[in-house]
Structures are given as structure tokens and as C-alpha cells.
Ligand binder design. Structure first.
Ligand SMILES: Nc1ncnc2c1ncn2[C@@H]1O[C@H](COP(=O)(O)OP(=O)(O)O)[C@@H](O)[C@H]1O
Ligand SMILES: [Mg+2]
Length: 233
């Protein structure tokens, strides 16, 4: 569903990603780990087509991102949860969700049915549909950002540090929901700094250090490997 082959990305003359290769196969939950500044968000932006790869290839759902725009991803079945949530703060929760729904063209089910589904998955936001998004707590905003990605019924969801800034209790709740979404059949690329939590629910993982993949493998192996732990702890 997602493949990066030898991807180089730079900001102006400053190289950021160097030869990044990674893949996400149908049904997997893959965790991309790395310390602050490692290039995780740059990878997210490159996958979404916001930042263009200078070398190598990015394929999403079998399509080359060199010729595909970010705005096409929703209709291809890709849901995005960007770093910092990026809700529209002056719009209500329901309006934010509507935007996620409308991003997908030619859909079968209707908005109200999808809204009900999201309400069941996130009881916390069910009660707050008319509230202005900017007045929600950080945890509630995180749930709305995830619901906005899921309301388009994506087959692949890409999340950039969704747990950032949440309390330990909310992080636990958030990862539990992520695990449940995966269990119900959605493929997930989870970008995280929280290695214990991320690898705890992932099938496989990649460790990004200074723009390069320094380590990869089954999540259990990365959790127990001393070499991997020294990279992300
Ligand atoms: N738009 C940009 N222009 C120039 N440098 C950037 C830009 N965005 C990020 N960077 C730099 O790229 C590096 C990697 O950033 P980022 O991908 O956000 O890392 P991470 O998400 O792993 O913390 C950082 O040193 C950051 O300052
Ligand atoms: Mg980041």
C-alpha cells in the first residue's frame, strides 16, 4: 500500500532524508520511530506529496507520488492524521468531520451513518459535535483528528505523532483505539517517538536516525534488541 525506494529529500540545499526505503503491506500496522529531528515528519510530508522526493520513488496505493497530488489521497483510500492535529479551530466538530467526509469523492454510505460510527468509536466526541474545535481539550482534538481521517473509510491511515502532548492516560486510550482500528482491518503507518507504545501495538518497525533508516524489523525484535533500543531511547 505504501513503498519508498531510495528516497532523498532536502530542504533547499540541506539534505534531510537519505536513501529511505520502507514499505507497508495490506493489513499491517507499521511503526516509524525516531528521535526529534530525525526526519519523521519530512517522511510523512514526502509520502503525502507535500514535499517532493529529489531521488527515488514514493508509491502510495500503487500510484507514483511524483505525479499525484495530496488532494487525491483521500479518494484513493488514504486517511491522514497530521502532526499537531491541524483541525479548523473555528469550525465545529461536525464541520471538521464533514470536511474529512467530503474529501472522498464518489462514496457509497451517507454522512449521518458514518457520523454514527465515529460516535460509537469515540464516545468523548459524540457529546461534543456542535462544539467549536478550538475549545476542545488536547485529547479531544486528537480524537477528532483521527475521526476526520477515519470518516472517509480509508484502507490506509498514516498518523504523525498523534500522541504528542497527551497525558499518559489519554495516550493509553489513544493507542487502544488505534489497535482496535487495526484489528477491524485498517492498515496503519504510525509515526511515533514513543517506542514502547508504538512497537507495543505494531507488527513491524523502522528506526529513523538523521534521515536514514538505521534499523528495521519485527516490532518484538526491535523492542528487545539492545542495538535498536540504543537508537531510540
Ligand atoms: N520546511 C522546512 N525547511 C527547512 N528545514 C526543515 C523544514 N521542515 C523541517 N526541517 C528540518 O528538517 C529536520 C527534520 O525535521 P522533521 O522531519 O520535522 O523531524 P521529526 O518529525 O522527526 O521531528 C529538522 O532539522 C528540521 O529543522
Ligand atoms: Mg515530527
Amino acid at each position: 500500500m505504501l513503498e519508498l525506494k531510495g528516497v532523498d529529500t532536502s530542504y533547499g540545499a540541506v539534505p534531510m532524508l537519505r536513501g529511505v526505503a520502507m514499505s507497508v503491506h495490506p493489513g499491517e500496522l507499521v511503526c516509524l520511530l525516531g528521535p526529534n529531528g530525525a526526519g519523521k515528519t519530512t517522511t510523512f510530508m514526502t509520502v503525502c506529496g507535500v514535499v517532493r522526493a529529489q531521488r527515488g520513488k514514493v508509491e502510495v496505493m500503487g500510484r507514483d507520488m511524483a505525479t499525484l497530488g495530496t488532494e487525491n489521497l483521500a479518494s484513493l483510500g488514504v486517511g491522514l492524521v497530521p502532526e499537531g492535529r491541524r483541525l479548523f479551530p473555528s469550525l465545529s466538530v461536525i464541520e471538521n468531520l464533514r470536511l474529512g467526509y467530503d474529501a472522498v469523492s464518489g462514496r457509497g454510505s451517507n454522512f449521518e451513518a458514518q457520523l454514527d460510527k465515529m460516535g460509537n468509536l469515540f464516545p468523548r466526541i459524540q457529546e461534543r459535535l456542535r462544539q467549536v474545535a478550538g475549545t476542545l481539550s488536547g485529547g479531544e482534538q486528537a480524537m477528532v483528528a483521527l475521526a476526520r481521517a477515519l470518516i472517509g473509510e480509508p484502507r490506509l491511515v498514516i498518523m504523525d505523532e498523534p500522541s504528542l502532548g497527551l497525558s499518559p492516560k489519554l495516550i493509553g486510550e489513544y493507542f487502544e483505539i488505534t489497535r482496535e482500528i487495526h484489528r477491524r482491518g485498517t492498515t496503519i503507518l504510525l509515526i511515533e517517538q514513543n517506542a514502547e507504545m508504538g512497537l507495543g501495538i505494531a507488527d513491524r518497525g523502522y528506526v529513523l536516525v538523521k534521515g536514514k533508516v538505521a534499523q528495521e524489523g519485527p516490532a518484538k525484535e526491535l523492542l528487545s534488541s539492545k542495538a535498536a533500543r540504543s537508537l531510540y531511547l
